[in-house]
Design a protein around this ligand. Sequence first.
Ligand code: SF4
Length: 325
Amino acid sequence: QRRLLSVNDLRVHFSGRKSGGLGKPLLIPVVNGVSFEVLQGETLGLVGESGCGKTTLGRALIRLGPSTVTGTIMFEGREISAISNHEFRALRKEIQMIFQDPFGSLNPRMTVGQVLEEVLLVHRIARGDAARRRIEELLDLVGLSREYRNRYPHEFSGGQRQRIGIARALAVNPKFIICDEPVSALDVSIQSQIINLLKDLQRDLGLTYLFIAHDLSVVEYISDRVAVMYLGKIVEIAESAELYANPKHPYTRALLSAIPNPEFGGKKERILLKGDLPGPMNIPSGCGFHPRCPSATAECSQKEPRLQELTSINNGHQVSCFLYE
Ligand code: SF4
């Protein structure tokens, strides 16, 4: 499989000030040196608690948000982190994002047809009759009745609105879609409908996804590989079946133990983590997970483990933990 996206040592900082708003401006690290690849036609799941930097990472890939980004982002062999904003705008047809709350990004005063037509006009894809046909095609693709084109966003259910969000992303014929918690706000039965829709679209249109979620059970069914993030870093990445059957990092094990299914990781008992996720201004020394890790040793608070492949398995499973070095 060809590499579609490759990210190397991505770091994202927000600017802020210490509490109270006084003092010198600070750079708050949210993504702390992340490297990964997404292969053509696959889904890479990206999972972690809220605050781990996964959404910031997804947004940084398409230059959304008031952040400072360093590192290299290659898309189809081109270093897109080095191009001007003007050049980047043209590339936005290739890379689209769908959001947790599509309603927030849909203009309530525009009908669905107008929302989609606007995208087609802005990107000079179609106008007039051609645009009307394309809108019908898009509604068919996402499983919505063509008559819905004359309705307003508030007339739809959460699942239908997410279908509109997907149609809007598809309008420009993208190759790569960053799905940012697209089902987190939906009921479980609707979640699986949307995930099935995304899978069908991937197969039919040859799409590639980065699928961001806070829950490992959501990404299991859709992901070919899964990366687990903790405090702005990837701590484990593996093929999906491998990760669920053979989780290595203590954090991944704890996340899996929270899913009420004894199959996952062979663990029946829930592993409870001590304390809360530290804030980005208080990242612990050494392994960032050590204050909460049930297996931490003295070394863990002093040295930082590297993300490296488990040579004993040799199937691309990488983990960042001294237990496996
Ligand atoms: Fe736990 Fe140490 Fe591994 Fe970090 S390096 S996950 S603290 S055992």
